[in-house]
Design a protein around this ligand. Structure first.
Ligand code: ADP
Ligand code: GLC
Length: 479
C-alpha cells in the first residue's frame, strides 16, 4: 500500500480554538477532509491563550532553536472536534498576551506582528527539515495568507527539498514591513529584490509566499482570475500574471456537520429540505429573540459579517429604507468599522420592530440568523470565497450577492440565490426587488429553496483537488 502523503498545514487561526474569519473555518474543515481522503495532514498554529486553553491535552515534543521572540516549544495534541493532529507553537513572548491574534485590546496591530508571524513561518520551515525532532517529516508544506508567507522563503533558503503551496484567502492583507527588519528576521539580503520579497521599498510577507512557493491557490476559481487584474490585484497582479501557470482556484467547501440544519444544536428547531416546518419556527424564534415583530410573512433579511468596506454593507444601509417600506425586516450580526457599526445601530434604534443589530461576535446567533432568515445579504465589493452564502443555501436562506470571487462561483442567479453586477447601492436594490418578487411567489420560492438546500457544498470535491495538487508538486520536486 502507498504510504499516505504527509502535509503540514500552517495557519494563524483555526476554529474552534481561535477565529476571526473564514480562514479559521477552512483551517479546521480542509485538513479534516484531507484526512478523510487518507492523507496525513497535521496543523501548526500559534499558542495563543485561547489555543492553549481549548486544545485539551498537549504534550511537549521539542524545544525549538529560534532567534525571534524566544524561547519556543512545540506541543502536540489533537483538535477537540475533528481530532486532526495539531502542533501548537508555544512561544509566550510572542503569543501569550491580551487581545486577538492580530490586534491588541485597542484594536491596533500588535507592534511586533512581523516577528510573531516570522516565528511561525520559521518554525514551519524548520519542521520540513530531516532532523526536526518530530519523527515526522512533511512531504509538502501548505501555508495560508500573509501570516505564513515567509515560510516558503525560509524553506527555499534552508534548501529542504519539500515543495510548498500558499493559499490566498484575502489579497488585501499583505504583511508589509520596513526593509530594516530583513536581517532581524534572518533572511539573506539577496531576498530583498523585485524577484524576491521586496515590495515598493518595503518587504512583504505575502509577496514572499507568492514568489518562493511552488504553487499558489486562491479560495475560488473566479478570484484566481480577478487578482491578475489591476482592479483586484492589490498591487500583486504583475507577479500573479507571471506565476499564472502555477496558480489555480479551488472553491472552499463548508463543514457540513457544523452547518447542518437537520442537527444544528444552536437552533430551537431542526429542519431538512424535505421537512421545512422547523425553518418557519426558527424564523419566529429569531424574531422573538431579537425583538422583531412576529410576522411570518415579512421577508426577513440576514447579515452575518465583518463590518468592513470589503463587504459592501454601506450599500445595505443605503437601501434599508426601501426594504422596510416593502414590509421587510433586517437582522444584522457583526463587528468592525465604527461607522458601519454606528449606522446599523442607528437603523435598529429607529426601527426596533423591523431592524435588529447585534454588534458583537456570537457563533450561536450566526447559526440562528442563517436558519431564521429568508434572505441573506452579501453584496461584497470583492470576496475571495465567502462561506456565509453557502451556509445560507444549506439553510434554505437565499443569498443576494455581488457577482464576484467565490460568490460568483457558488451562487447562480435565479437558481439558488440572486446576484448582481455593478458597484452601486442601486444595483443591489434592483436585485433585492427581484428577490422580493420571488419571495412572494410561494411555489417559485419553494423551488429555489429546495435547489439551494440540496446543493453539495461539502469539501469532498475540493479536498480531492488539493490532494491531486500536493501529489503533483511532490512528484515534480523528486525529478
Ligand atoms: P471573511 O473570512 O472574509 O470574514 P467568510 O464568509 O469566509 O468571510 O467567513 C466569515 C466567517 O465568520 C463565517 O463563519 C461567519 O459565520 C463568521 N462570522 C463573521 N462575523 C461574525 C460574527 N459577528 N459573529 C459570529 N460569526 C461571525
Ligand atoms: C477570507 C476571505 C473570504 C474566504 C475566507 C476563507 O477571509 O475574505 O472570502 O471565504 O478567507 O477562505
Amino acid at each position: 500500500m502507498l504510504r499516505p502523503l504527509k502535509i503540514l498545514f500552517v495557519t494563524s487561526e483555526v476554529r474552534p480554538l481561535i477565529k476571526t474569519g473564514g480562514l479559521a473555518d477552512v483551517s479546521s474543515s480542509l485538513p479534516a477532509a484531507l484526512r478523510d481522503l487518507g492523507l496525513d495532514c497535521r496543523i501548526l498554529v500559534p499558542g495563543y491563550p485561547a489555543v492553549l486553553e481549548h486544545c485539551g491535552t498537549l504534550t511537549l515534543v521539542a524545544t525549538l532553536p529560534t532567534t525571534l521572540l524566544g524561547p519556543a516549544r512545540l506541543l502536540a495534541g489533537h483538535m477537540p472536534d475533528t481530532h486532526t493532529p495539531v502542533y501548537v507553537l508555544d512561544a509566550p513572548q510572542a503569543y501569550q498576551r491580551a487581545g486577538g491574534p492580530y490586534l491588541n485590546t485597542d484594536g491596533k496591530d500588535h507592534a511586533d506582528n512581523a516577528q510573531r508571524f516570522a516565528l511561525l513561518s520559521q518554525v514551519a520551515a524548520q519542521l520540513c527539515g530531516p532532523d526536526n525532532a518530530l519523527n515526522w517529516q512533511p512531504d509538502c508544506l501548505h501555508v495560508n495568507d500573509w501570516q505564513t508567507g515567509l515560510a516558503p522563503a525560509y524553506l527555499h533558503f534552508a534548501g529542504h527539498p519539500v515543495p510548498s503551496l500558499i493559499t490566498i484567502h484575502n489579497l488585501a492583507f499583505q504583511g508589509v514591513y520596513e526593509a530594516a527588519l530583513l536581517s532581524i528576521l534572518g533572511l539573506p539580503s539577496e531576498s530583498f529584490a523585485v524577484h524576491g520579497l521586496e515590495y515598493y521599498g518595503d518587504l512583504s510577507f505575502l509577496k514572499a509566499g507568492l514568489f518562493y512557493s511552488d504553487w499558489i491557490t486562491t479560495v475560488s476559481p473566479r478570484y484566481a482570475l480577478e487578482i491578475q487584474n489591476e482592479a483586484l490585484g492589490m498591487g500583486m497582479q504583475g507577479l500573479l500574471q507571471q506565476r499564472n501557470h502555477h496558480l489555480t482556484g479551488i472553491l472552499n467547501g463548508i463543514d457540513t456537520a457544523d452547518w447542518n440544519p437537520g442537527s444544528d444544536l444552536h437552533l430551537t428547531h431542526n429542519f431538512t429540505y424535505r421537512a421545512t416546518a422547523g425553518k418557519r419556527r426558527c424564523k419566529a424564534a429569531l424574531q422573538a429573540e431579537l425583538g422583531l415583530a412576529q410576522s411570518a410573512d415579512a421577508p426577513l433579511f440576514g447579515v452575518v459579517s465583518r463590518l468592513t468596506h470589503q463587504k459592501g454593507l454601506d450599500w445595505v444601509l443605503q437601501i434599508a429604507q426601501g426594504i422596510l417600506t416593502q414590509g421587510g425586516q433586517i437582522a444584522i450580526l457583526g463587528t468592525g468599522e465604527p461607522l458601519l457599526e454606528a449606522g446599523f445601530r442607528q437603523l435598529a434604534n429607529q426601527h426596533p420592530k423591523q431592524v435588529a443589530a447585534f454588534i458583537g461576535y456570537d457563533e450561536g446567533l450566526s447559526h440562528r440568523i442563517e436558519a431564521g432568515a429568508d434572505l441573506f445579504l452579501m453584496p461584497s465589493r470583492f470576496e475571495p470565497c465567502g462561506l456565509n452564502q453557502m451556509y445560507s443555501q444549506r439553510y434554505g436562506t437565499l443569498p443576494v450577492v455581488r457577482d464576484t470571487g467565490g460568490l460568483a462561483d457558488s451562487v447562480s442567479d435565479g437558481v439558488d440565490g440572486f446576484s448582481f453586477t455593478g458597484e452601486t447601492a442601486h444595483a443591489l436594490w434592483l436585485t433585492v426587488e427581484r428577490a422580493l418578487a420571488a419571495y412572494h411567489d410561494r411555489p417559485l420560492w419553494r423551488r429555489l429553496q429546495q435547489t439551494a438546500m440540496r446543493k453539495d457544498s461539502s469539501w469532498e470535491k475540493s479536498a480531492r483537488e488539493y490532494a491531486a495538487l500536493y501529489a503533483q508538486l511532490i512528484a515534480q520536486s523528486q525529478h
